[in-house]
Design a protein. Structure first.
Length: 303
């Protein structure tokens, strides 16, 4: 197959940048892909250094109880994933093996564990912050990262079911949080320029579920609560959101009881970097051979 007639995903597989697993949106990562991810992590850390943010790294799962409290299922039930496990006795085990052997559904008897898959890297942060008492006067800054799950299988390599999200999160007064987001809208553009990625920044909305969701999405746009840095990745398609800039107002802080010293609810904002999307954008624009990438890009990523 010629390079230009196979899909981008097929070419990534052929070069071992990604490896297929048999499930759309679930891929193993090759060495050169991970080198780029590590490079991106360093560039992001450099852009975020001034916050002197507290670093927290999350496992890919979070507490089901906290997830239920977070309200995620009100807005995005279609994207959520939960972890279920076997709790039967030996007889149940034999029945389960029989079902697998016969190609029957065996998962209907699995029960929900205390863990769900993390939908966004900042979700498990707010309950931790809420336990610490009032937010100090100069605000709180966090640098978080998690593998995230979204149930949106797709042949588009940039739409994965499991991917890493690195975020900076600010908790503070409305002014502090707005200033944080303004700074990141600027830094986000600098970041894309440093990596020589074609980009634009646009107002955006989250994929809220159902008819009620359409109202939420348009109000989110009207209030300018979400912006995205978009980079063309799949040719012919719309450009892909690689970085998101979100202002939550007091949504999360009120939900989790995160207060300022005055007793008012804090405000929060986050900037979320889609690590896989950024890496794919670089592979798309600079080719599949890291050694042939432009030297300024290689230097920025310390490859
Ligand atoms: P969001 O919370 O939807 O704004 O996501 C934050 C960032 O994660 C986005 O800007 C994307 O770069 C990335 N992202 C979201 N969904 C996916 C996905 N299905 N596959 C890969 N990256 C994603
Ligand atoms: Zn976030």
């Amino acid at each position: 197959m010629c390079d230009s007639c196979s899909s981008f995903l097929d070419r990534l597989f052929a070069r071992g940048v990604l490896h297929a697993t048999g499930v759309d949106g679930l891929y193993a990562r090759g060495e050169c892909f991970e080198k780029v991810i590590s490079g991106l992590d360093r560039v992001i850390s450099r852009h975020g250094a001034a916050h002197r943010a507290e670093i927290i790294r999350f496992p890919p799962g979070m507490s089901r109880a906290l997830f239920e409290q977070s309200g995620y299922m009100n807005s995005f039930p279609q994207l959520a994933g939960s972890i279920h496990g076997f709790v039967g006795d030996e007889r149940d085990h034999l029945a389960l093996l029989d079902k697998i052997h016969n190609g029957e559904t065996w998962t209907d008897r699995q029960v929900a564990t205390d863990v769900v898959l993390t939908p966004a890297a900042c979700y498990p942060l707010y309950p931790i912050v809420s336990k610490r008492g009032p937010v100090r006067a100069d605000g709180l800054y966090f640098d978080v990262q998690s593998y995230c799950f979204r149930h949106e299988p797709s042949k588009d390599p940039a739409r994965m079911q499991m991917f890493r999200m690195r975020e900076y999160v600010c908790v503070g007064t409305p002014d502090q949080v707005m200033a944080f987001r303004e700074q990141w809208l600027e830094k986000g553009r600098d970041f894309a320029r440093e990596l020589a990625l074609p980009h634009e920044v646009n107002v955006a909305n989250d994929p809220f579920f159902g008819r009620g969701g359409r109202v939420m999405a348009s109000s989110q746009r009207e209030l300018g609560l979400k912006f995205e840095l978009l980079v063309p990745i799949e040719s012919g398609d719309e450009p892909t959101a690689c970085v998101s800039f979100n202002y939550h107002q007091d949504h999360f802080a009120s939900m989790w009881g995160i207060e300022l010293a005055s007793g008012e609810a804090a405000h929060t904002a986050c900037v979320g970097f889609g690590m896989e999307r950024l890496a794919l954008a670089l592979f798309k624009h600079d080719g599949l051979d890291l050694d042939a990438w432009p030297s300024p890009v290689r230097a920025a990523l310390a490859l």
